[in-house]
Structures are given as C-alpha cells and as structure tokens.
Design a protein around this ligand. Structure first.
Ligand code: MG
Ligand code: ZN
Length: 378
C-alpha cells in the first residue's frame, strides 16, 4: 500500500507540474486515467483479513424464498452484492451428503458420502481451518447441531465415516482451534474409551463451559482458547427454545478478532434447516431459516464495521425437494416435498466484503476452498 501511495503522490505532483501548458492537457488526462486504474486494481486486489463462511445445511433457493416470504418479504441475504452458484455433487454420487460437501468446502476435493476430511482413498486432506492455524490466524467453529456433526467436523477432523463421533471429538484436540460452540457434550466426556476430553482441553489451557453452567450471554469474554457445549447431544430446534446462534455469531467474531493480529477464519452453520427438510416440515425449515437469517444479520453488521472481513454464505445441498405451492400467500407458505433426502440442485453462494467478486459465476463446490485460500493469500 505504501508503494501505491508513493505512486499516487508522484502522479499528483506530475499533474500539478504540467497544468501550465494547454498542450499538456492530454498528458494530464492520461495520468488521471492511470491513477484511476491503479486505484481500481488495488481495490479489486484488496485481501480480507478475516473470512467467515456461513453454511445453511440443506438451504436451497426454496428454503431461502420461504424464509423471506414469511419475514415481510425480506432477508439479510439481499444485502449481499455478489451471488454465484455451486455444483454440489459428491465424488461417488450426484446426490451429496453433508460430510462430502463440507469436505469439499474445507479442503477443495471431491470425496465420497460420509467422508470427514479424507479423500476417496480415506487419506486425510489439509483443511482451510488447519491452513489458517498454520499461518497464525485464529479459527472457530459454531453449529446448531453437535459440534462433531458432519459439517463442522469436516473442517477439523479426519475420519473415514461421519458417525465416528467420539473419534471426531478426539481430533479437536489435535488442532489449536481457538473457539468451538455446539452440542454433543457426551462425545467429549462420556466416552467408550472413558477419556474425558473436556478435562484434556482444560489441561491444554482452554476455557470450557457447558449448558449446565452459565449461558453464553452471561459469560465474560474469555481470554484463552474457548469451547462451549450447548447440549448433551443434539441442540433442540429454535421453535422449542434454542436461542444461542445469533448471539454466538457476534460473540465469535468479537472473540476471534482479539485472538490474532493476523485475522481469523470462522465457520458458522445453521445446521437444522436440513432437519426440517428431512422431516418434510415447512414450519421447521422456516423457523430455522429465520434464526440463521438473524445470525447472518449479526455477522454482516460486524463485517460492515470491520471493513476487512469477507463473508461467504452458502449451503451444502438442498433437502426435501421443497417447493412453494399454489395457494401460498405472503406470510402463509404452503410447502410440498418430493423427497425426504437431499436433492441435486445448484446451490446459491452469497458474498460480501473484500474479495467478494471471486464468488460470482457457476463453479464446483470445491472452488469455495480455492477461492477462500486465494482470498487469504495462502
Ligand atoms: Mg450439517
Ligand atoms: Zn441432511
């Protein structure tokens, strides 16, 4: 940036010197154009310090549309200037699951359904979270499922099958992840191998809190690496009283911002939009979608104030073959389903902040990793 300022100064001095003669007005125009182009290129190349990837599990265009029509025809997603589409298929199946899809986002490879941070040969692949740690950035994972569930797990663990929850929980200890918030306490402290991972985290210098003690809102901002377990197994749906995601989103941004001067990588998942799709339950989808919307609103507010944060929002796949039916009204959605599983539709991507332009267009889900890596400059 210093070089750019120096160049601008020279150009400014040059334009001042040549203003005396009429014949130099062309030279002045040329210089003005060079200055404009330089500023444009510099702005285009501006790298974000922080990147927040938000994943609405099972959040296809219908889930987004239904949430919008049930929310006075508006969503925080409308404030995102760049929109793209990704091809969500897995390596071995046109219909992906959350494990293969999240491994594609996290590591830039296609793999088989059920794979957690491993390739088609079950070999571990480096994740964007691990790369960020290696480069000295702070990192965090937030979910409304258990924290060892496929989506968050694929950013931090390496296991051949998604159901290996206890092995996945143990993998959390092999990284220096700064923050994790989600359910699944029992996979950490009531295990077949009788290890107590929460004690092991504490011994490593982490501050660990759970739903059994103070709520996240009641806690002072931690000054050490931090884990908060929000439920013993799966957190309840938002319609039954779960309320931590919007607050946890703001909290995580502010917390990670203090953890490293180099920036942070944060993944936030609205996990249960998918579960509403599997249950073919329109109300479940919409309430989870609007909870995720609040979380997006909060993250966007942080990113706007910060100015150096790129926010990327997408889904792993659509769930339910959900469609809005005839007879629906604004504020009253009649939904129908073609499946109780995931579908193969193209999935929208929304981007805001420095480096956002890279997310326009149509590309494979693996490109999400490539683009984040490129934006960080890794
Ligand atoms: Mg998920
Ligand atoms: Zn699913």
């Amino acid at each position: 940036m210093n070089k750019l300022l120096f160049f601008l100064l020279i150009c400014f001095a040059a334009t001042s010197c040549v203003t005396t003669s009429k014949t130099t007005s062309t030279a002045q125009e040329v210089i003005t154009k060079i200055v404009k182009d330089t500023v444009y290129v510099a702005e285009k190349r501006k790298k974000p310090k922080n990147i927040i990837l938000m994943i609405g599990d099972g959040m296809g265009l219908t889930q987004i549309s239904a949430g919008m029509y049930m929310n006075n025809n508006q969503l925080a997603l409308e404030k995102f200037p760049v929109i793209g589409l990704h091809k969500c298929h897995a390596d071995n199946d046109l219909i992906t699951d959350s494990a293969a899809a999240a491994t594609s986002f996290a590591s830039g490879i296609k793999t088989y359904n059920g794979a957690i941070g491993v390739d088609r040969n079950k070999k571990p692949v480096v994740t964007i979270l691990e790369l960020a740690e290696e480069k000295g950035l702070a990192t965090g994972l937030v979910a409304t499922s258990t924290i060892v569930h496929a989506t968050p797990a694929s950013f931090i663990a390496h296991q051949p099958q998604r159901k290996m929850y206890e092995e996945i929980a143990a993998d959390f200890l092999t990284t220096e992840v700064d923050l994790f918030i989600g359910g699944g306490k029992k996979y950490f402290d009531r295990r077949v191998d009788s290890r107590n991972l929460l004690d092991e985290f504490t011994a490593k210098g982490y501050q660990i809190n759970t739903f059994l003690g103070k709520s996240l809102e009641e806690l002072e901002m931690p000054t050490a690496n931090f884990g908060y377990l929000t439920a013993d197994s799966d957190p309840i749906p938002v319609a039954r009283g779960r309320d931590y995601l919007p607050y946890a989103s703001t909290f995580s941004c502010k917390f990670l911002d203090k953890r490293s001067p180099k920036g942070f990588f944060l993944m936030i998942e609205g996990s249960q939009i998918d579960w509403g799709g599997h249950a073919n339950d329109s109300d479940y989808i919409i309430t989870e979608m609007l909870d995720f919307n609040e979380s997006i609103e909060n993250v966007l507010e942080y990113a706007k104030k910060d100015g150096n944060t790129l926010v990327v929002i997408t889904a792993d796949h659509e769930t339910g073959g959900y469609a809005i039916q005839k007879g629906s009204k604004m504020g009253e959605i009649k939904g129908a389903f073609t499946s109780d599983y995931h579908t193969g539709d193209l999935i929208p991507v929304f981007a805001y902040g420095p480096g956002a332009e890279a997310f326009a267009g149509i590309y494979e889900n693996t490109a999400i990793f490539d683009k984040i890596k490129e934006a960080f400059g890794f």
